[in-house]
Design a protein around this ligand. Structure first.
Ligand code: TRP
Length: 323
């Protein structure tokens, strides 16, 4: 029986962090075993906000690719590729733009929020979720692993598929979101871990820097002295313990009864995080010294993705009588 298809996408933000690793990559690494998998680095999407600084875009793509591979994505099992290297995404996006009413795009929550917050008013930015729909549907993906924030985009993708199928005949399956377990890794300032907040610990961070960042991490403000009972369930350091420390229950118990101070907890946490990341960081260092290999992975991935995308586009053109 043919495997079901998964398409995942990530913007080329540069070095990925523990939030990306635990919230997405680990999940993808598992999924590649059982699905036909496509991992797309969406550089055109990055241009919807970062069109004015493209000079380091390529470097950011390479960093993301290195992080993918160090986390365990396998280029044999999954096509790792750059969106702009498979031009068919642009063609499908254009065709979708003809059949989708503008109000469908104007009512997507991220459009309203970000257009005001970031002052984004381009035509391309309005079309962001439609390009995403093209990314997904061009591989006839059944599943899309995403965080909750992306659900409106998946819903729109389903509506686009229905609209297309209704107009021209069944071509696209309706994809579903696959939510990952952890979505809430917090940064050192207790906000969502994010490169743009500058509160992240990267996958490739040195051990020293990791320890330093954990040592200044936000903790429960009501726990002032060592003997004060803490509230681990509201503490970002405990969140790391929960993921990386097999013995996190003891930490929880000792913290909440005032037996464990934050300094000791953070020291343990840093050691455990560094130990867990060691193999990833070793692979990362090797790949950094072997860029031709990393580029070959992307070439090969694009070739594989293109073969599927071209097949779908033939069907699309046929259905639309475009020849
Ligand atoms: N919008 C996604 C994000 O910000 C990135 C993305 C683009 C994507 N195309 C995709 C995610 C296709 C999943 C599938 O995270």
């Amino acid at each position: 029986m043919a495997k079901e298809v998964i398409l995942s996408g990530m913007q080329p933000t540069g070095k990925l962090h523990l939030g990306n690793l635990e919230g997405a990559l680990r999940h993808w690494v598992q999924l590649q075993e059982d699905y036909e998998m496509y991992c797309c680095i969406v550089d055109w999407h990055a241009l919807t906000s970062d069109f004015d600084h493209t000079s380091d875009l390529y470097d950011r793509i390479i960093e993301v690719t290195i992080d993918y591979l160090s986390a365990g994505l396998d280029s044999e099992k999954c096509a790792i590729f750059v969106q702009s290297q498979v031009k068919e995404h642009a063609e499908l996006h254009l065709l979708f733009s003809m059949i989708v009413p503008t109000p469908w795009l104007e009512r997507v929550p991220s459009y309203k929020e970000k257009s005001v917050e970031l002052g984004l008013d381009s035509y391309g930015f309005l079309g962001y979720p439609l390009l995403q729909a093209a990314d997904i549907l061009i591989y006839k993906a059944n599943w899309v692993p995403v965080g909750k924030d992306q659900l409106p985009h998946i819903e729109l993708t389903r509506e686009v598929a229905r609209r297309f199928n209704g107009l021209y005949g069944e071509v696209f399956p309706e994809p579903q979101a696959k939510l990952s377990q952890f979505s809430g890794i917090l940064g050192i300032d207790n906000r969502k871990m994010s490169k743009s907040y500058n509160n992240d610990i990267t996958m490739g961070e040195s051990e020293e820097s990791t320890s330093k960042k954990i040592s200044i991490m936000y903790t429960d403000p009501t726990k002032v002295h060592l003997g004060d009972p803490g509230h681990p369930d509201e503490c970002p350091v405990y969140l790391l313990q929960k993921i990386y420390n097999p013995d996190h229950k003891t930490i929880h118990q000792r913290c909440s009864t005032g037996k464990l101070g934050c300094v000791e907890c953070k020291k343990v946490c840093a050691e455990i995080v560094n130990k867990a990341l060691k193999p990833i960081r070793q692979r990362r260092a090797e790949l950094e010294n072997n860029l031709p290999y990393v580029e070959k992975v992307l070439d090969l991935g694009a070739e594989r993705a293109r073969a599927t995308a071209q097949k779908t586009m033939q069907e699309v053109r046929g259905a639309m009588k475009l020849k």
